[in-house]
Design a protein around this ligand. Sequence first.
Ligand code: PMV
Length: 310
Amino acid sequence: MRDTNIGWGKVIVLGEHAVVYGYPALAAALDRGVTIDVVPTRGGSLRLSVEAWDLKLEASDGPRRLEAPDANPMARGLSAIADALGIGRPSLSLIGEAQIPPGAGLGSSAALAVAIAIGLAKHHELMLSDDAIIEAASASERILHGKPSGIDVALAVHGGLGVFRRSTGLRPFSAPELRILVGPSGAPRSTALMVERVSEVTGAAATDERLTELGGLTDVGATALLAKDFAALGVAMNRAHHVLGSLGVSTPQLDMLCQVARDAGAWGAKLTGAGGGGAVIAIAPRQREAAVLAAWKQKGVNGFVATVGG
Ligand code: PMV
């Protein structure tokens, strides 16, 4: 097991929403995420605080309380992780440090859940496999997001870059270094609501041609990335953003942020994650990156560059 209790943030480069219906998604862990320090306390229950997110809560008492509709979902998620590990409610303070914003489509909740699962497992000297950590963290993700595909948790545990499918999990591949510009829009959104919207629009049919196209774009993009054809990857990203818009998960703000990135010289730009708010990503020739970040800044968005692959 790793030295630091860390769960990595992630970006989905191509394939979000379609991945819920079994199609592949190309995704990469960010070089940042959430870390957890486990501090024993005298008495009290299992507590969690993440100052950067203004988050402070206590695990609910037991499985019964997990069903209480009024319980804070994050508290229920924490309890679900403790229950999956079979550790009861130890007197511990979990102190989180987050280098990614919450609720921005960057996998913050999965990163937190994974960091907690690793921290608690280590503290209790449980020698857990990655799969067991994934299972514990997924118990929390199901409470927060309904029926997640599992892509966030897989990347939060494994890091790196790869193609994820519901049926096979994450298949890492070694890709050339890719610099992704990430622009958190600051607009809140709900993954569960966006997944529900796509289900309504498509009749939850995996054969819907928009979902099929998104899945195909993952293959096109992954091939382009392996060939270092970033321009072709950008074209696939632009098309994916358009298709996601037709599924009702973009917003005028996300469209605008993608357009200003393209106007500033990006090869391609799209929303990433569930949409409805959250973040956009762009890839651009190195000499245009500053212009893209400046264009976002003018629109009130503090973007950053994440290096993945390589
Ligand atoms: O926005 P996020 O980080 O919650 O990503 C959601 C990705 C979806 O494909 C929309 C849902 C899923 O479970 O894969």
